[in-house]
Write a protein that binds this ligand. Structure first.
Ligand SMILES: [Zn+2]
Length: 314
């Protein structure tokens, strides 16, 4: 599932290639995503020009002229794809097709249909039900250890679950929560209220460091996520613990462990992150080895040629 670095990668590419472009027409699949896409969206978008590409947590905020903002969430499997020149064939699970004046198209593809697209007045963004509950964005407003320590006071949920709660910090998901906690040296099953001030300082330091570094590498691709150019992110080879169950810790050589928290896999080094700090052990059964991933990749299709190489971060 795309997290902040993946969405930031898409935002940067949109900012570079879509700003200033005027929409000629929009075509919808008519299928419901997380919520129904408004039927009048094509009429309301036609003739509008993209003015800014912003992001809060995992939400993209695409400002248009005339005071409107298109809110977009990639959900589990959403992709924005930009085509300066159209491919020979279309792609499956295409839900929105934006045609620009002067050529080029922007497509929203979403096989699992948990994505979100909603056009709202820019002035009303803060009241949008999806956005108003979000905590601060950790790249725009890096968290501070004392604030996290205060927020966690008396909180019994485990620290990994705490970090993934979008109401506290917007944008951290399953992959980067494991990575942040490894780098901070904090066990993922420790109760948030029992994490020390010094540990919160370390977590606060690692949150923007990990998310920022991952965004520079265009994020991590495990299944569906792709950049605007249908490329995988390259942060995968930097991961210290995520998806590395049984492999030696890159720091100490201890085998990385996988446990399930809130129905999601958590990876950690029992030595670097202190195995003895877990909560009630019976709540954390050790899951069977992970089955090989099967087919969420969808049908592959050619990558559009990048008009400029400068979009790459390296
Ligand atoms: Zn280790």
């Amino acid at each position: 599932m795309p997290e902040l670095p993946e969405v930031e990668t898409v935002r940067r590419a949109l900012a570079q290639h879509v700003l200033g472009r005027t929409i000629a027409s929009v075509q919808l699949s008519g299928l419901k995503l997380r919520a129904a896409v408004a039927r009048d969206l094509p009429r309301r978008l036609a003739g509008r020009t993209f003015r800014a590409a912003r992001r809060h947590g995992k939400y993209l905020l695409l400002d248009l002229d005339a005071g409107q903002t298109l809110i977009s969430h990639l959900g589990m499997s959403g992709r924005w794809l930009y085509w300066p020149e159209l491919p020979a064939e279309t792609v499956p699970h295409l839900h929105v097709r934006v045609r620009f004046r002067g050529g080029g198209e922007l497509w929203f593809q979403d096989p699992r249909r948990f994505g979100l697209l909603r056009l709202v007045p820019t002035a009303a963004l803060a009241r949008d039900p999806a956005l108003r509950i979000l905590g601060p964005d950790p790249l725009a407003q890096p968290p501070e250890g004392d604030r996290l320590h205060a927020l966690a006071h008396g909180v019994k949920v485990e620290v990994k679950t705490f970090l993934m709660d979008q109401r506290r910090i917007a944008g951290i998901g399953n992959i980067y929560a494991s990575e942040i906690l490894f780098r901070a040296g904090v066990g993922p099953r420790r109760r948030a209220g029992r994490v020390s001030r010094a540990q919160w300082d370390a977590i606060a330091r690692e949150i923007p460091a990990v998310l920022g570094a991952a965004a520079e590498r265009m994020g991590t691709t495990f299944s569906m996520y792709r950049t605007l150019w249908n490329e995988p992110g390259t942060y995968g080879d930097q991961l210290m613990v995520y998806d590395r169950a049984g492999q030696p810790c890159r720091r100490c050589g201890t085998p990385i462990r996988r446990v399930v928290q809130g129905q999601r896999s958590t990876y950690f080094c029992p030595s670097c992150q202190g195995a003895g700090r877990a909560g009630t052990p019976t709540r954390h059964r050790v899951p069977p080895p992970e089955k090989p991933r099967k087919g969420h990749r969808g049908r592959e299709f050619p990558r559009p040629d990048r008009p400029r190489a400068s979009c790459r971060t390296r």
